[in-house]
Design a protein around this ligand. Structure first.
Ligand SMILES: [Fe+2]
Length: 348
């Protein structure tokens, strides 16, 4: 089984909490290390995947859309993209806001409201019904795309402090020269099994100028989001982004001082964490682009975040119950929930 943590001498504290870090809670002690499990069958199990081992469909087929990693009944989805060539069409997601996290590479986005170039560690927000296409500026890129049917907004705990909006939030801008172009396919992403494809007489992303003050497409780098800690004991992180319904939250979960999280059960939220890169390890996560998922109600501990050499990671909490797709299951492995290593006792 997983190594017993040095801070796991009995009696061990176990926390159950509602509404993520915000709601009611109970704390009990027990003599055994609760995250240990011998085996598991069924879909509601903790898993991990190293993104480099998952080949997205769009890596070799420019016509393909990103590969879906996880879906849910609430419409929250995760996808992975790995383009080497530009998109030969334009996409407008009419059912969800999208956050594109750039794990590696540099990506040029052209949208309905202007262009921006995103680099490693950037979150790019493309709200519902804003059309876009993107392309790597080099030979490769890897991104994780989060789809949220509920509108997403920056929601730090205070207007300043966690985010320096004036310095670090960058908006799409209208480039001077975007030719009108010829016939262009416009793909409307819906919840239907097949997409709806318009053929437009011109490039729908060819713009004149921006007349509004606000621009809905922005980018923000993970490294510029300050972490929030309670010292000296430690405590929960604070979200920098939230959906209007509060059913999807995102956090910077990079290295921070304070104590290790308690063994806990998150009653209402699935927890998806992306270990972005070191130099330090986050428990059992050492490979850049490691995606971990602990479904709601599954007891877990989690590695210490107090890693002096530092690492970068982000956390997605969602009330949606995520289900990994067959392709993602094939590229992933079961995970123990102490240090988030591959589970030692069972295969896939
Ligand atoms: Fe947790």
């Amino acid at each position: 089984m997983s190594d017993k943590p040095h801070d796991a001498a009995p009696p061990l504290v176990q926390l159950w909490s509602r509404d993520g870090f915000q709601g009611a809670l109970s704390v009990v002690t027990r003599a055994t290390y609760a995250p240990d499990y011998l085996s598991v069958q069924g879909p509601h199990a903790p898993r991990r995947a190293v993104l480099e081992r998952l080949t997205p469909d769009d890596q070799d087929d420019p016509e393909a859309l990103p590969t879906t990693v996880a879906t849910s009944r609430l419409g929250v989805k995760l996808h992975v993209s790995g383009r080497r060539k530009p998109m030969p069409y334009v996409v407008r997601n009419v059912e969800a806001d999208e956050i594109h996290f750039i794990q590696s590479g540099t990506v040029r986005f052209e949208t309905d409201v202007g262009c921006l170039t995103a680099t490693e560690g950037d979150f790019v927000c493309i709200p519902r019904s804003v059309a876009y296409r993107y392309a790597p500026t080099g030979d490769a890129m890897r991104s994780i795309i989060v789809e949220s049917p509920s509108a997403l907004k920056l929601a730090p705990p205070a207007p300043s402090g966690m985010l320096n909006v004036a310095r670090d939030l960058k908006f799409a801008e209208v480039d001077a020269a975007m030719p009108a172009g010829g016939p262009t396919r416009l793909v409307l992403k819906t919840l239907d099994p097949e997409n709806t494809v318009f053929t437009m007489p011109h490039d729908p992303l060819a713009l004149g100028m921006c007349l509004s003050e606000s621009v809905p497409v922005w980018k923000l780098n993970l490294a510029s989001i300050q972490v929030h800690a309670y010292l000296p004991e430690g405590g929960p992180p604070s979200q920098f982004l939230s959906s209007t319904t509060g059913d999807l939250l995102m956090f910077n979960l990079s290295a921070r001082p304070g104590g290790r999280p308690p063994v806990h059960i998150n009653a209402d939220f699935d927890e998806v964490i992306c270990y972005v890169r070191g130099p330090g390890a986050w428990g059992g996560c050492t490979e850049p682009g490691t995606l971990t998922c602990v479904p709601k109600g599954v007891i877990h501990h989690g590695p210490s975040e107090d890693v002096p050499e530092g690492y970068q990671a982000w956390l997605l909490e969602t009330r949606a119950t995520l289900r990994w797709t067959p392709k993602a299951i094939a590229a992933s492995e079961l995970m123990e929930t102490g240090q988030y290593r591959p589970h030692p006792g069972v295969g896939k």
